[in-house]
Structure formats: C-alpha cells, structure tokens
Design a protein around this ligand. Structure first.
Ligand code: ZN
Ligand code: ZN
Ligand code: FE
Length: 741
C-alpha cells in the first residue's frame, strides 16, 4: 500500500512516568514488545521514581502505544500515578532499554512477594524441563521480592540472591528481552541457584518425601518458606494439632490451613467466586472461609472462630510438598506464642527445636520476616485483616501530602509506616510488642523501612498511651513526637485509604484505646473536620473490675453491666463475691466505653463464651452464634445526649434469657441494636459520609448490617479494605494525622 502525502508526517515524542509497583514485574519487556509492535522509537528505564518511558512516532503511533500500554500492563503491576507529557522529538530511530537511573528520589515502590505463576508451575512439574522439581523456580511475574530485597533499585546485586552467580543458561534468560525471565532478579536453576539442605539420614532428592512421611506420622515439620519458617502438621490429625498447640503455647487461636488446590478447599469450605479469586491471587493470602457442616478436620484447628483460614500453595516448595502430601495441612508461623517468626536457619533450629520434629531448610537468605497475610470477602469486596506477605510494602495513596513522618503504630498487631508525600508505605504485620524479641523485630522493621527508602524522619507519630512499647520507643528517639488519639487514628486510616478529604462521621469501635479524658475508650463517634475531631457520642461507660483481667474473663464485664441494671446480688451471681466487692468499692475497676467489652459481656450473658484466650475470641463466638438466623428484631441502645445507654439492652436480654430464648436470636438482636444505634447517631449528625473503623468492624454481620441500613437511608459508608480495621491500621492513621495535630 502506498500513501502519497502532501505534508510531511509530524513526529511526536511523549514522556510517560509511571509510579507505584512497576519494577520487577516484567514492565520493561512489555513496553519493549509494545514499542516494537507499534513501531515507535525511544527508550524505557527503571528509575528510583518508578518507570520512565519516552516514545517517538507519528501521533497515531504514539496514541496507539498509549492505548495499548493501558491494556497490556503486567498483571502484578500496581500503578499509583501516571504522568504523560509532550516533549520535543529527538529524531530517534530505534527503541531500547536503558540502564537503571539512581539519581532521582527513592520513592519507587518495592514489590511484594508473588505466588508461583502458571508458566513456572508447568516447568516445575514437567520432567523434561531443566527446572523440573526445582523448588526455587521463579520468573519476572512471580517469586520472592520484598523478602529478598536489601536496597533499591531492585537489582540482583541489592538482593539476598547476590551470592548466587547466574550460570550461562540463566544469564541468557536474564539478558534476553524476549525471555519471560528478562531481568528476573531472583532467577535461578538447579545448576546455580539456592538448594534444599539434605536431611542427614536421608538423601537430598527425598527431603520432601521425608517431610511428607513425617506429616503422615503426625509429626511437626518446620519449613523455611518465603517470609519465614512455617510449622506444619496434618490438619486431619487431632492429636498432632493438639500437640502443636501445646508445644507452641497457643491455646485456642485458630490455625491456618494450606490446601493443595481449589477442589480441596471446596470439600472443606463454602467458597464463592470472589473468595476463589482471592485464594488464587498473586498475593495468595490466608482467606477466611465458612467451613462446611460436615467438615472432617481436626476440631482443634479452629474452635471458636466462625471461619477457617485457608491458603493455597504460593511457592514452588509448597507445590512440591503438596504433590507428595495432598491433604489439608496446618501451616502456622514458626514461633512460640506471640514471638516474631523465625527466618534464619540457625535461629530456627534453636528456637523451634522443641516444637518441630523435621526441618526443611535451604540456603536462600530471607531479608526480613513476613508472615502470611489474612484476608476475606466482606460486603462483596476483599478486605485485609493482616497485611504482610503479598501486600507489604505496597503504599497506600492518601488524599493529602504528609510531612516526612515515621508512624510507629499501636502496641498490639503492630505495623509501622513512613510517609513520602501522598504515599504511605506500611511495614508488614510485626505483631504484639509484649516480648523483647518482638520489640527487637519492631526496631529492625523501622531501620529496614527507613534504609530501604533512604527515609530520614523529621518527627515520630505514636499513640497517646504511655505504656505502649511503640510510644516508649518514640519518646526515647530524640525526635519531635506527635501523639495521636487511638480512635482518631483508626477512623483517619479508614478515611485515608478511601480517599476521603471532607468532613465525616467516624465510628471507632474496638477493645481498648486511651481516651483524651484518661479513661478507656472504644465505643466512639467522632465528627472529623480537617484533622480535628469532636466526640459527639459514645457508649455509656461502665467499670471493668480487675482492669486487664476483665479482657480475659468476660464475666467481669458482664457482672459490671448487671450490677448497674439489676443490682449487686445479681452481679454476684454472674461473677462471684470478689468481683462484686471490686465493683462496690470501685477500686481497680477503671471506667470504659468499649464496645469490645460490651461484646464480651453479652457473649457471657447469652452463655456463648466466657473468655478471651486471644483478642476478640468472645466476640467472634458471638458472631458465630447467629448462624443462619436472619431477623430485624433488635434490642435497643438508647441514644440520649450523645450517650449510648446499654441498660435497656441488658434488661431485655436478661428477660429473654429467663424465657430461654435461643442464643442465636439474642446474638442477632444484639448486633442489630448496635447497627440501629449507629444509624440513629448518623441521622442526628447529618453528615453524608460515615467511616467505620476499629477491630469490632471485623465482625462481618455487624459491618454488612451497618452498611445496608445506612445506605438505605442515603448515607455513604466507608470500611477498610487495604489496611486492617484492627490496630494494624493505626500507623496509616497516625501518618496522615501527624501534620494536622
Ligand atoms: Zn513465574
Ligand atoms: Zn542457572
Ligand atoms: Fe484499636
């Protein structure tokens, strides 16, 4: 075809800058192939800002290029901002991949670890492939990232793979732009990459079959995974699961399960399409699912939770082990009780020697611990409850610029965050800061995140509570400290991740957080305006006899409520004379407006649960008790002058109990009362946007009920999806509020 043009073809050059998780996901080869197809000249390179592209061609060609770039971006890429500008053409003739530039600010996002992709899995299982059964197979689209990176830019020399020299075959893949392992930093093969350690008494090739036989015998296997050690036992073997609980000193907190494939998950759980997608996503989190009635797992796996936490194999090592042992396996982090997860071979053998019978070790170092993430589907959308492997350290883009602040989070379920402009980079879940080991992990996470982003904080944001280990660290840091009220941080985190920049009604419900008046808050309604908050309503405070002890023993909160409704004798029948005395004298019985403790009390009074062996256990049991009941029946929390009075609720509940009303119905009526109370306060405040945050909103029944009630009345409801509703989200809220306090 010949076209005769009377005017010379106008050439155009575009400069495109993509920010976000754009490195290490196969973006440059994608751009290269696209440029080739569209016949545009120019270049692409990784820079510390992200991905930079310049393309030159006719207007039609460059438009085509832009259009196709939007459609064909690599699946793992997360683009947070995109800038396109027109610049002067240079007369370039070809397209090339330029070496990485290191001179611009280091805000390029580091990628999370990605589950094994289908192409790598095929190779792993193909006996004719050089990588057949090679447990460290990966490519540009999958494999470890955050857990191997030591510095940015993300190049092999800046990862824990640095000590493995690429063999000629791997190097060819690494250097060939048309290969799916082009610049795959952790690229490896049996000839040059990491390997499993032989177990002394068996030969190397059968390390995994040895582990499988151990599982079959009911033994515990410690497996060095992606972000740390995992402890594995057969999930169908009660004695084995119970033994692991005893050895790990973990009484009742549910264990997660690793299952070989979706078909297996369906045998044990009820799964919808979105949950399947979440299981199969590249983040491959633990997904909370409803177990089937006839579920044949050991009951010791998850006693009090309405859910089973299930994940699919996300590393080649998992895939290979599950080929040998295709059954549900308990997979829990390699630690004792609430210590941080072990990542180093020697450390693991020391710390886990009394727990594990068999060790599966390898020589690829783990740069930082990263637990399995926990997610679920709520209100038709995925929601993250523990943010770690697969998500960390992706930034959350917030509506306003933040000052260069380091936010150190709360005390339980700790995470930390650094703010760079409109991006807040959150650490992986660090855990409860009760032990010296976890406080060490907390300090290492701070050092690690600051080093990775060359971040020098000008101030520290922390909680108001003086006894939190994170607050104490902040106070000792020598930098200016901004203390942020716990529940304000909760709602600010939820508002920020939803991009809300206007006034809103923030509902912060959780177990415990220090209030401005020195009492324990946890049932709060705030009107939030430009970083300020006004406490417009809250739960009527009640005493917690015994203070901290009331968190473990639900009968203490229950007695307190009964004491105020039916008097001292009735309270004594609930929790004994000792508690009655504490209530009467008001000694060691701090006042609290916590909805979390209200849940505990109701769980106890309905006979559903009387203890919290882990955070939120009683509330979880109460949610579970609802079962399949659907009703609009409700108790009443009276809203008078901003005080939510629970006395009519407790009265009605005790009356129901005397009539032997089913616990399921009492639980549903209690949940409904809470949702109705929120609606009432929202109607009184007349703000369009309602933000729900705090650990209580991990309760799916309550969250969905609130959402539908409020939306029916024309409110906009915002809940957490990218960061946890629990204290794991506090660091984000602290970071965004730091500049406004
Ligand atoms: Zn792959
Ligand atoms: Zn190789
Ligand atoms: Fe909290």
């Amino acid at each position: 075809m010949t076209l005769i043009s009377t005017t010379p073809v106008r050439m155009e050059r575009l400069r495109i800058v993509l920010r976000g998780a754009v490195q290490g996901v196969g973006f440059r080869p994608t751009v290269y192939r696209l440029a080739d197809k569209m016949r545009v000249a120019g270049w692409v390179r990784n820079s510390a800002a992200g991905l930079e592209i310049e393309v030159e061609g006719t207007t039609e060609q460059t438009n085509d290029f832009l259009h196709n770039l939007k459609r064909e971006r690599p699946p793992a890429a997360v683009i947070t901002t995109e800038e396109v500008s027109r610049i002067a053409p240079t007369g370039a003739m070809w397209f090339e991949i330029l070496p990485s530039d290191e001179n611009v600010p280091r805000t390029a996002a580091v990628l999370p670890d990605l589950a094994t992709c289908p192409a790598c899995l095929r190779e792993l299982l193909d006996s004719a492939d050089p990588r057949f059964e090679y447990p460290f197979t990966n490519c540009t689209l999958c494999g470890p990232r955050y857990t191997i990176i030591l510095d940015i830019p993300y190049d092999r020399r800046n990862t824990t793979m640095e000590s493995f020299t690429l063999c000629p075959a791997c190097r060819r893949e690494y250097e060939s732009v048309r290969n799916r392992r082009f610049h795959a930093q952790p690229n490896a093969c049996p000839a040059c990459g990491p390997r499993l350690w032989p177990i002394p008494e068996v030969d190397r090739t059968s390390t995994l079959s040895h582990a499988a036989r151990a599982l079959a015998r009911g033994e515990t296997v410690a497996l060095k995974g992606v972000g740390g050690f995992q402890l594995l036992v057969d999930g169908r073997n009660s004695a084995a699961v119970q033994r692991l609980r005893e050895r790990k000193h973990r009484e009742e907190k549910p264990f997660a399960l690793l299952m070989p494939n979706v078909a297996c998950v369906r045998r044990y759980c009820v799964v919808n399409t979105m949950e399947e997608e979440l299981l199969l996503s590249q983040a491959a989190p633990i997904v909370l699912l409803r177990p089937r009635e006839d579920c044949e797992l050991a009951p010791e796996v998850a006693k009090s939770s309405p859910y089973l936490g299930v994940m699919l194999p996300y590393s080649p090592l998992h895939h290979l082990l599950m080929r040998q042992y295709p059954f549900p396996i308990v997979a829990t982090s390699g630690n004792r009780a609430d210590e941080p997860i072990a990542i180093d071979n020697d450390e693991a053998r020391k710390r886990l020697q009394d727990i594990a019978d068999v060790f599966v070790l390898h020589n690829r170092p783990i740069a930082r611990p990263c637990d399995d993430s926990v997610a679920r589907v709520s209100g038709g959308r995925p929601q993250i409850l523990r943010r770690a492997r697969g998500y960390a350290p992706l930034p959350v883009t917030v509506p306003r610029e933040c000052p260069p602040v380091l936010a150190v989070g709360g005390h339980l379920k700790n995470t930390i965050a650094v703010a760079l402009g409109q991006q807040v980079f959150l650490s992986q879940h660090i855990g409860d800061l009760d032990t010296s080991e976890s406080r060490e992990a907390f300090k290492r996470a701070i050092e690690g995140l600051c080093r990775l982003y060359r971040f020098e904080p000008k101030s520290i944001a922390c909680d108001l509570h003086p006894d939190y280990a994170s607050t104490q660290w902040a106070m000792a840091s020598g930098l200016p400290v901004v203390q942020i009220q716990h529940h304000h941080a909760h709602v600010a985190a939820c508002a920020a991740e939803n991009g809300i920049d206007t006034d809103y009604l923030g509902v912060a419900w959780d177990g415990t957080g220090l209030g401005l008046d020195g009492t324990i808050w946890g049932g709060e309604f705030f009107v939030v305006t430009q970083g300020r908050f006004e406490r417009v309503a809250h739960l009527r405070p009640f005493r917690l006899p015994g203070g901290e002890a009331a968190i473990r023993e639900c009968s203490r909160s229950a007695a307190s409520l009964v004491w105020e409704t039916r008097g001292a004798d009735a309270a004594q029948r609930v929790a004994g004379a000792g508690i009655r005395a504490l209530l009467e004298r008001g000694i060691n019985a701090p006042s609290s407006s916590s909805v979390g403790r209200l849940f505990d009390a109701v769980a106890c009074l309905t006979g559903v649960s009387d203890q919290n062996r882990f955070e939120g256990q009683a509330a979880m049991s109460l949610e579970r008790a609802i079962g399949s009941i659907r009703t609009k029946d409700s108790y009443v929390i009276e809203n008078r002058d901003g005080i939510g009075d629970w006395r009519p609720l407790i009265e009605a509940l005790l009356a129901d109990k005397e009539l032997y009303v089913d616990a399921a119905l009492m639980s549903a009526k209690f949940h409904n009362a809470l949702a109705n109370w929120i609606l009432g306060v929202a109607q009184a405040t007349e703000l369009q946007n309602v933000v729900l945050s705090g650990g209580v909103f991990q309760n799916v029944y309550l969250a969905e009920r609130c959402q539908s009630l409020l939306e029916e009345e024309g409110f906009q409801v915002f809940t957490h999806h990218h960061v946890p509703a629990n204290d794991g989200g506090l660091s984000l809220g602290q970071a965004v509020l730091a500049g406004e306090y």
